[in-house]
Design a protein around this ligand. Structure first.
Ligand code: ASP
Length: 347
């Protein structure tokens, strides 16, 4: 049925697209949505819009606050490192009015990978730069190259390494007579360093999407990715269509959570396509999540009841200023600023 409907779109003038946000033109109330760690980001982004700023500058200034925050362990500076103890960052941006996209993956040493992603969009003919090349590019444009591993993140990694196996040569706090330089006293189950929202591994990201009064849209996603990841692992955040998608005719969407599941279902693009077909942002997010559930067949990723044992969240705004967020599991929240106030909403 999906193919039939898709084929029909090509030959029937108007048809289901009559109701698409793309065709409506009116002033909209600017609104910004972000993941739950983005309350400060959506507030800042709206301030930038109010000051006459562009939608992409707005979301970037918003997420830069989180990227530069050493206490956010999932994004930029202070993010948890990979298997080798190295912080590797992923980010993508899309600017609706110019149809621009830029991204970086496995970028080391730059606190604000979102600004490097923006510069890939602005100053190259490419969309995605990775690893050493991304860092060389960033340095060439004057981005400071710094050590991103905070003492707290390093300590968490040292303790994780000690507990990784009972058969390796790294001693745990219980096994050594000395103080372990990575030991964090009183760390309890449920602490994000031990456990994550999905109960599997510390993860976290910020995604932020905005629509201004003209209906112009932009979005950004930025992360240190999955803690303790295999060096070189790239998540969904820097993949255009997966961790972020913006179509200025329709809307903007982004994700946080298990990146592998989002990549395999081209998640954020799916959300935008569902909005194009007429769904509300919330329903579009839910439909994209249903696809993830249907795509998850590996026993290692299922709980006792056959449900995904991980979390994924989508956040979306459309060209009319409608917004929404949804999560595989209850309990998740997201940040929204649409009427001058910032609040958290249940996904
Ligand atoms: N989506 C991110 C990744 O897979 C991590 C997260 O949001 O928790 O790299």
């Amino acid at each position: 049925a999906g193919v039939g409907a898709g084929a029909a779109l090509g030959v029937v003038p108007g048809g289901v697209l009559d109701g698409a946000p793309a065709i409506r033109r009116r002033r909209v109330t600017p609104v910004c949505v972000a993941s739950g760690n983005g309350q400060g980001a959506v507030t800042r982004a709206q301030e930038v819009l109010n000051g006459g700023g562009d939608t992409l500058d707005a979301v970037l200034e918003g997420v830069n606050l989180v990227e530069r925050d050493p206490n956010d362990r999932s994004v930029g500076y202070g993010g948890l490192p990979n298997f080798d103890g190295v912080v590797q960052l992923d980010s993508s941006v899309m600017h609706g009015p110019t149809r621009g996209a830029g991204a970086v993956a496995c970028l080391e040493g730059v606190k604000t990978p979102s600004l490097v992603a923006r510069d890939v969009m602005r100053y190259t003919d490419h969309v995605l730069l990775v690893g050493r090349g991304a860092q060389d590019f960033a340095r060439s444009l004057g981005h400071p190259i710094e050590n991103l591993l905070t003492d707290e993140a390093r300590q968490a990694w040292v303790e994780w390494r000690a507990r990784l196996s009972e058969r390796d040569d790294y001693l745990t706090p219980e096994e050594t007579l000395y103080e372990l330089p990575g030991f964090i006293p009183n760390l309890e189950d449920g602490d994000p360093l031990v456990d994550s929202h999905d109960g599997v591994r510390p993860q976290g990201t910020i995604n932020c999407n905005i629509v201004d009064r003209n209906g112009d849209l932009s979005g950004v996603t930025t992360t240190s990715g999955l803690a303790w990841k295999i060096p070189g692992r790239v998540g969904d955040s820097p993949i255009v269509g997966a961790g972020l998608y913006v179509d200025n005719d329709v809307g903007a969407a982004g994700s946080t959570g298990r990146g592998e599941a989002v990549i395999k279902t081209v998640g954020s693009h799916t959300v935008v396509e569902m909005m194009r077909a007429g769904m509300s942002p919330t329903d579009a997010c839910l439909e994209a999540l249903r696809r993830i559930v249907a795509f998850t067949v590996e026993p290692r990723l299922l709980d006792d009841e056959g449900r995904p044992s991980f979390g994924v969240n989508y956040y979306a705004v459309n060209k009319d200023g409608e917004w929404g967020g949804a999560s595989i599991w209850a309990g998740a929240r997201f940040a929204v600023n649409g009427d001058g106030t910032t609040r958290l909403e249940d996904s």
